[in-house]
Each structure stands twice: as structure tokens, then as C-alpha cells.
Write a new protein. Structure first.
Ligand code: BTX
Length: 324
């Protein structure tokens, strides 16, 4: 906004000096309460401000941005991430990736944004994607597979993300079928797989990965407080997002190649070792209604098997799972 811009200009010009709330209020033409609110907003975006009584505020640290070069440096992949589109702010990286894929972008093209104003989850739900603190990225894949296999790529990606988090933080996340990654029962990552296909062949699959990394609890809106967490909240440390992206891409390329060569079986075994819901009583919320029962596991195709109380086994292709 215009006020925000003036505020940042004032701090730019003041250098190391403190600026008082009163001075800032007069300069940008708003109340001191409004100044304070803007300062809180800046803090949520990763600015660190020092506040000293009777002196005012100064910026001691600006948010860390990801740069495409930083991601490239040390990238250990052959395809994924060899082509990076970096944006400061987008509506959704999925939308940009879709356009790039229609324009013929090669497999492995990655779209990364610092912020999404309309990040999305499944079924048109919103995905909260605040600035400078998360990993919001979309990866274009062009596998030579039948379209009905595409959902398996969600599970391939989930394993890659879990392995990357384990390696970087030594936290062991859990997977909730099909696309949630949890730490202590709260969502750390969401995965969205979108498909462009002709009747019997895939044109592209766009894998959206949303990872909560450096957010503090205060960054979340009320309704997400009990649902979401971040790697920073769980590990107590800020992470380097570029390093995390490199690691996710490396793990994903490795597992994707394994999947293309050997099929879903080796992925299934890895996936099951991280799955929370297997063997537990769950409710599967589906468009057709709810189904309650025991999660038996996944089929060789990645479909969830649920045994209801009468002992009948159901195959669940798409649902939201609630653990009891
Ligand atoms: P989902 O439909 O399984 O989950 C969406 C639900 O998750 C929301 O309704 C909300 O309750 C909760 N939620 C929203 N934001 C967050 C968050 N930051 N952390 C934890 N929980 C949240 C999951 O869909 C798939 C999300 C994919 C997001 C990536 S980001 C890059 C790419 N671009 C894009 O627009 N989407 C994908």
C-alpha cells in the first residue's frame, strides 16, 4: 500500500537512526495506532524492528528473500529446478506453471513465489501463503503415464517432502493420506496435484507444494491456529528456504525416477513407513458423504482401503481424512 511504501522509505532514509511513532504518524499522515499496526505487519513479514522507549523504531533486519541463483547454487538435480521462474508475488504458482506448461516449458520447470495472494488447496479451498516465510512452489512434470496414475505422484511428492524435512531438521513428519504432511498432528505441508491430459496420455502434471517454514505462530489467522504449524515453530530454528527447496527437488527427482523405472511398489513401502492413519479408525469425508472405519492401508495403486464396521472394504479415491 501507499502508506507502507512511505513507511519503508522513511526507514530507508533514516539508516541507523530511530524514528519515533509520532514522527512516523505525521510523516505518513495517519494515527500512531495505525503506525503500530503497520510495524506489526512488517514483523509478520520477517522484518525485525528494534523498539526503544522515547526513541522509537528502527529496522535491524530485512526479510530474507529466495533468489533463483541461490536455489541453483548447489542444486544436485538433472531436470527438476534446472529452469526456475521466481516471482515476488503471484496469485497462485499453479496458475503460472499451467501457463508455462501450455507454452511448452520443459519437464522440471519450477515456479517459486515469495507470496501467493490466491494460493489454493484442493476443491477450491484457500491456501494461506504469507510473504517471505514459506515455500510456495509448483513443479511441472511430463511423465509418460496413463492419466489415472497421476494421483500416485502426490504420494511420491509426500515422501520426498518428508525425507527433505527429516534430513534438514531431524524432525520426523507423518503423512496423512493423500496429501497432508503433519508434525505433532498439525499441517506443515500441503500438496496439490493438477493434471492436463488427453484421453490416454498426460500432457503435464503440475505438482504444487506449500510448505510452512519460517512463520511464527502469530502469523497465522485465527482459523489456522489449531490446524497449521511451521518448521520454525516445531524446530525452534529459522531455516534457509533455498536449501530446503534444493533438497525437496533432489529427493523428488530421485523418487520420481525410481517410480518411473520400477512403478509404485517401492514408493508404497516408503510411503507406508511415514503414514499415520494406517491401522487407525478414521472418518473419510467425501462428496458422496462420510465413511467411518479402519484404514487398512493403500493398494498397489495408492488408493486408500477402509474397512467399515460391518467388515466391508471400501476403496477411497479422494477424501479428507479425520483421525479419531
Ligand atoms: P487441502 O485442500 O488439502 O487443504 C486446504 C486446507 O488447509 C484449508 O482449507 C485450510 O484449512 C488449511 N490451510 C490453508 N492454508 C494453510 C497453511 N498455510 N498451512 C496449513 N494449513 C493450511 C492442500 O490442500 C494443498 C495446498 C497446496 C498449496 C500449494 S502452494 C504452491 C501451489 N500453488 C497453489 O496455489 N497451491 C499450491
Amino acid at each position: 500500500s501507499e502508506l507502507r511504501k512511505r513507511l519503508l522509505d522513511a526507514f530507508t532514509n533514516s539508516g541507523e537512526d530511530f524514528l519515533s511513532g509520532q514522527y512516523l504518524a505525521e510523516l505518513i499522515g495517519c494515527s500512531r495506532t495505525a503506525v503500530w499496526k503497520h510495524i506489526e505487519e512488517l514483523r509478520k513479514e520477517g522484518f525485525e524492528l528494534e523498539a526503544v522507549r522515547r526513541k522509537g523504531y528502527r529496522i535491524v533486519k530485512v526479510p530474507e528473500k529466495i533468489t533463483a541463483n541461490e536455489v541453483r547454487l548447489g542444486l544436485m538435480t538433472k531436470r527438476l529446478g534446472q529452469n526456475i521462474h521466481y516471482e515476488e508475488s503471484v496469485d497462485s504458482t499453479q496458475k503460472i506453471a499451467l501457463q508455462l506448461s501450455l507454452d511448452g516449458a520443459p519437464e522440471g520447470t519450477v515456479v517459486i513465489a515469495e507470496e501467493q495472494t490466491r494460493g489454493r488447496g484442493r476443491m477450491a479451498r484457500a491456501w494461506f501463503s504469507p510473504k517471505y516465510t514459506g515455500v510456495w512452489m509448483s513443479v511441472i512434470l511430463r511423465p509418460n503415464l496413463l492419466p489415472q496414475k497421476a494421483p500416485q505422484l502426490t504420494l511420491v511428492t509426500a515422501v520426498a517432502v518428508v525425507q527433505a524435512i527429516e534430513e534438514l531438521t531431524s524432525i520426523k513428519p507423518e503423512i496423512k493420506w493423500p496429501n497432508d504432511i503433519l508434525i505433532n498432528g498439525k499441517k506443515i505441508t500441503g500438496i496439490l496435484t493438477e493434471l492436463q491430459a488427453e484421453s490416454d496420455r498426460i500432457n503435464s502434471v503440475i505438482i504444487g507444494i506449500g510448505m510452512n517454514v519460517n512463520q511464527e505462530l502469530e502469523a497465522y489467522p485465527e482459523e489456522l491456529l489449531t490446524i497449521a504449524t511451521s518448521l520454525r515453530i516445531e524446530s525452534g530454528n529459522r531455516l534457509n528456504r533455498a536449501e530446503l527447496i534444493r533438497l525437496v527437488l533432489a529427493k523428488l527427482e530421485h523418487l520420481y525416477d525410481l517410480y518411473l523405472q520400477e512403478g509404485f511398489q517401492p514408493i508404497k513401502l516408503l510411503w507406508e513407513s511415514y503414514a499415520v492413519s494406517i491401522g487407525k479408525m478414521i472418518t473419510a469425508r467425501m462428496v458422496q458423504g462420510d465413511l467411518y472405519g479402519k484404514a487398512l492401508g493403500i493398494t498397489g495403486d495408492g488408493v486408500l482401503m477402509l474397512e467399515d464396521e460391518a467388515g466391508k472394504v471400501h476403496f477411497v479415491y479422494s477424501a479428507d481424512i479425520e483421525l479419531q
